[in-house]
Design a protein around this ligand. Sequence first.
Ligand code: NAP
Length: 500
Amino acid sequence: MTEPVRFRNFIAGKWVETGSKGTFENRNPADTRDVVGVFPSAGPEEVNEAVAAAKEEYQRWRLVPAPKRAEIIRHAGDLLAKHKEDISRQMTREMGKVLSETRGDTQEGIDTAYYAAGEGRRLFGDTVPCELPNKFGMSVRMPVGVCGMITPWNFPMAIPTWKIFPALVCGNTVVFKPATDTPATAVRFVEILLEAGLPEKAINIVCGSGGAVGNAIVDHPDVPVISFTGSTEVGKKIATRAGNTLKRVSLELGGKNAQIVMDDADLELAVDGALWGAFGTTGQRCTATSRLILHEKIHDKFVAMLVERAKGLKVGNGLDESVQVGPSVNESQRATVKQYVEIGQNEDKATLALGGKELTAGEYAHGWFFEPTIFVGVKPKMRIAQEEIFGPVLSVLKIGDLDEAVRVLNDTAYGLSSSIYTRDVNAAFRAMRDIEAGITYVNGPTIGAEVQLPFGGVKGTGNGHREASHTVLDTFTEWKSIYVDFSGKLQRAQIDVQAG
Ligand code: NAP
């Protein structure tokens, strides 16, 4: 085993090894004997220092031309590409996702860097005609100030880059609190930003607990924007708290995503999609397929095909390239999965078609492993069909036609991702129109977003903001409308408008 490394926070331009609340350890969820690192646990004092530095730097950074700011972001993308393999290996060690997926996570950071860097030469506003003569009208995007970024553990590189790259290109500065389960990837990301040439006080990383560091960022009067990705439960608390200071809050929250398979679908393709959607990232994606809605005519055949394929999935340490499903991120997440399996069996009375148990023997003895699990006979109102589980558990529901499929799909508190497998173009278009979700895939699984399209959801999944694409700019900029009157006289809008 490797010796534990001491990691540091980066606050006000300095690397800081000590935390006002001591330290915490980060352990490999596939083998908890392996300590990935020891991290400073910060609190409100460090947040205050970080915000003050970011506020000071903001006055300089906002005046750097956007294309220049973007060059630094593009360089950060180059550095992410250069170190992709090391970053991805450390990420697998830190949170358990298999290597091919952590490489994908890092790649998403690279893609986001290049996309955001392109925005440095766009940041489009409008120029519009004015109603009065010799007058010019335009709208421009202005930065907002210090942005507080609070991120989850399941995409430790991609999600911070979704927020931090566009925020910086827009001219804001950042105070970043990563999840306690994935601080190592976050610290590496900050190192890369600094190596790329970002002014030191423009980025501050403050590791520590959600209660101590997260709340202090949310409450801080000099932080006008909070961008949060995480659970719906914490998102609601943050929105309520931040309401006191009228902050802008962007929330990307949980999901209970479903894949519909109609009776005319390519079943092999749909099985591939369901396996990847449900068990990829060990089901720990906000877009994971946790419900499978099957047409009654293909239900039994599809379940048989799926169970056969799921039985063959290799569970284990994600650093082994042949492994397909890694561990749960920590002990409490695996306990939640177990609890939901018990709810499925005892309270919901669904039928377990596969899995259902913790894996604890032999090579699994030191990790948080759980069998890929499939429930059949699930009804729409059961808890395992309604609540986010965030683990390798799939609930299968049976429907009679497309209307029922869409009704069942829509019948949850969430609305992030969705999918339909069909060869009927009319059915596909009806589903695209009627499904209540931020993302709909046709003949693809519920996971697989690309950075050039908006990412986010409806209902309990968020509060209307979108990450990625140009839509993320709305979180990190204020619109300013500018009127230039070159008539040399007072002209009154709505009053001095010439007739005819
Ligand atoms: P979480 O428990 O809500 O934590 C997310 C972040 O919030 C962490 O950094 C956490 O810090 C912090 N936090 C916790 N309590 C806080 C508080 N009172 N005030 C401020 N910050 C606080 O979520 P998670 O378990 O990390 O991630 C899984 C969840 O994220 C799932 O629900 C998943 O669906 C959702 N997710 C959504 C998206 C999306 O784009 N819609 C993407 C990925 C994940 P600590 O780590 O220190 O507790």
